[in-house]
Write a protein of this length. Sequence first.
Length: 314
Amino acid sequence: MNDSLRQAAEFLMSHDNYDILTHAYPDGDTLGSGYALCRVLRGLGKKARVIKTNLPKDFVFLAEGLEEQSFETQTVVSVDVADEKLLGSNKEKYLGRIDLCIDHHEISRVEAPVKCVDACASSNCEILFELFSEMGIRLDVDTAAALYTGISTDTGCFKYSNTTSKTLRIAAELLDLGVDSPAINKVMFDTKSKKKIMLEREAYGSLVYCAGGRCAIIAVTLETKRRLDVNDDELEGLASIPRQIEGVEIGITIREKEPDVFKISVRANERLVNAAQFCARFGGGGHAAASGCMIKGSLEEVTAKLRAAAEELL
């Protein structure tokens, strides 16, 4: 990892005019990575901007103080992107153009001349913390807050099994830099809109079990979203619901993104089931404990495929 950190550090110091790519349906780690890297690069006198599909309202604070920059792209960096097809609406423009890939997924399919990948890292932001240290960067509080957001969200506020002693030491260093962790934690973990509460009630109503109760599946359709007048921002965190049920080893959340196209989020007890391998059956991937994929078909067809795969594994 030291060699790849050194190579990535040298690359970032010697290039300019950066487009920083985040993945579709962005979470705290890809956005925290994107904005932390953007702030560091601008602090070095370089031009940089974060390319995203959307910026959920809970993460708007990450971009505060960063004015839009206009320039001709020279360098493309992806952060927390396991596969180029996860770039969403940005895929066509950037396919085959990524120069540096920074990632922490067990299965990383992005093709790039320079890759800085550590599947043992709790989060992509953990890698960036080490990368910035390699570059000799003195972090300001806004950059530290972005890194903390990515680390805390990808570790479930430090309760998931990917939390290591190194993760906690890094978090402590970020707090020493002035990060307001109670404020970030309240927004990320302890605040829900009234619409989200309604959505969660619907999700619980859709709950079905299979594999003798060891797999739980919930679903949110476009019709449900229209009826409750909710957007994708409100769906953040739903994937944790089925896995929280006692005795469940695989928790699956089905979200309809467009007619007959479903985004699947899988949370698993990685001691028994590898979620990344489960999702790889459907062309997806991610981590042993948390992964995702896309499946086309009717809700009934998609659910049947997932149930069959879960029952085979369990």
